[in-house]
Design a protein around this ligand. Structure first.
Ligand SMILES: NC(=O)c1ccc[n+]([C@@H]2O[C@H](COP(=O)([O-])OP(=O)(O)OC[C@H]3O[C@@H](n4cnc5c(N)ncnc54)[C@H](O)[C@@H]3O)[C@@H](O)[C@H]2O)c1
Length: 424
């Protein structure tokens, strides 16, 4: 008898599970850190009896994290952290082959998205595992009845950490959260190399343009923006950076990019990519200045970085010209192309970050869940950093898996570094 029918879920099509299973297996081979943790979890069962509601992009890498948590003893329910990021075949396989309840369908509308978050919360979690803090927000508003039972959570991305810190500052956060995003082994690699490569990947899959020779405007020179600028430059793009932070703008100048305001860049760019975590970074004023054929994409967490409502109002007509590419024709004949509905372009138009980098991000998630299981009772209702021991352990396992060795401090060096008197 099939056990699938007993598992609560809402996925697109169970017939996609075979493809999903193979793709999950493919990702697994590039996630040696997580695999090592999974082996250990299977023995030690650190999450025995713990219910986790996870709101993450439903990708092959997330599937491997879910399997790791399950093998560590947790009971999980998974929903998507973005309406366009779900890989339907992965969702089907997680239910059919791994017995994990999933509520996620690529392209789901706003109401379905929130009904899926609600379904994940019906699981009455002890922990939330969030990417962008939508699940935590729901658990603090519409489902505040649940917040008493939740004893801890983790947060995957910059925007989520910003929202949660704001909740903690205002004294409304009901349980401790570990900011996975802020671990060195997360944002230095995932946000920079992961977003850098996969953003370009999403743009190429959606448009098939040649980056060489294009003027590429990158809004935001944070961890994601640095990665995107680096990769666009590597492909021959002429990169312009826009920033609001003078130090980061200076860094972009010294890294060899042109820096200017978006108002200046708007009329010279061919391809615009936002990665700021802010809203209306590309506003109506900027859209009005763009050249015919300008491509506009976002890689920040929410679809508010580009003023899409204004673009809709400005357009005389609009049509889908390719999958994930919408053409907006302005009254004077100019065309502006919006990619992936202005949602995370790497997940909407491609597969998100490569498994090799999610290996470290999700190793952090798994070890932080174990950390919460051991320590949540002594933590306050605050946002906590990932403990340094976890961060360093992950870097070591990753290096080992790559066959890279590093030197050890000698006793003499340790003494030298600890002393203030050994100047000469
Ligand atoms: N696409 C993905 O898969 C992915 C991965 C990781 C993070 N993210 C998201 O990407 C966004 C950026 O993350 P990050 O880690 O780079 O953050 P960050 O804080 O390191 O960088 C954001 C940068 O944007 C700048 N900025 C803010 N408002 C601006 C404006 N109006 N114009 C120009 N620059 C502006 C800030 O000064 C800052 O330097 C967040 O929303 C994050 O959640 C997406």
């Amino acid at each position: 008898m099939s056990t699938v029918s007993k598992i609560a879920c809402d996925v697109k099509d169970m017939a996609l599970a075979d493809t999903g299973k193979l793709r999950i297996e493919w990702a697994d081979q590039f996630m040696p850190t997580l695999a090592q943790i999974r082996k250990e979890f299977a023995k030690t069962q650190p999450l025995q009896g713990i219910r986790i509601s996870a709101c993450l992009h439903v990708t092959t890498e997330t599937a491997n994290l879910m399997i790791t948590l399950r093998d560590g003893g947790a009971q999980i329910a998974l929903c998507a952290s973005n309406p366009l990021s779900t890989q339907d075949d992965v969702a089907a396989s997680l239910v059919r082959d791994f017995g994990i309840p999933v509520f996620a369908i690529k392209g789901e509308d706003h109401d379905t998205y929130y009904s899926h978050l609600e379904a994940a919360l019906q699981h009455r979690p002890h922990f939330t595992m969030d990417d962008g803090a939508d699940l935590v927000t729901l658990a603090h508003t519409q489902r505040a009845d649940l917040a008493n039972e939740i004893i801890g959570g983790t947060e995957e991305t910059t925007t989520g950490v910003i929202r949660l810190r704001s909740m903690a500052r205002q004294g409304v956060l009901q349980y401790p959260i570990v900011a996975v995003n802020d671990a060195d082994t997360k944002h230095l690699f995932d946000n920079r190399y992961g977003t850098g490569q996969s953003t370009i990947d999403g743009i190429l899959r959606a448009t098939n343009v040649l980056i060489a020779g294009l003027t590429v405007v990158v809004a935001g020179y944070g961890w994601c923006g640095r990665g995107i600028a680096m990769r666009a430059h590597g492909l021959g793009g002429q990169v312009i950076v826009t920033e609001i932070n003078p130090t980061r703008a200076l860094e972009a100048v010294m890294d060899g990019y042109r820096v200017m305001t978006m108002a200046e860049a708007a009329s010279v760019g061919n391809l615009f990519i936002t990665a700021t975590g802010n809203k209306n970074v590309i506003s109506r004023e900027h859209l009005e200045r763009m050249k015919d054929g300008a491509l506009v994409a976002n890689s920040g967490h929410f679809n508010v970085e580009i003023d899409i409502p204004s673009l809709e109002k400005m357009a005389k007509n609009r049509r889908m010209i390719r999958e994930f590419v919408e053409e907006f024709r302005l009254p004077d004949g100019r065309r502006i192309y919006l990619l992936g509905e202005g949602r995370l372009v790497n997940l909407a138009c491609a597969e998100g970050h490569p498994a090799m980098v999610m290996d470290m991000s999700f190793a952090n998630q798994a070890l932080c869940a174990e950390y919460l299981a051991k320590n949540s009772s002594r933590l306050e209702k605050k946002v906590y950093p990932v403990p340094q021991e976890i961060d360093q352990a992950i870097a070591r396992i990753k290096l080992d898996s790559m066959g890279v060795h590093v030197d050890q401090l000698t006793a003499e060096q340790e003494k030298y570094l600890a002393s203030w008197s050994e100047g000469t």
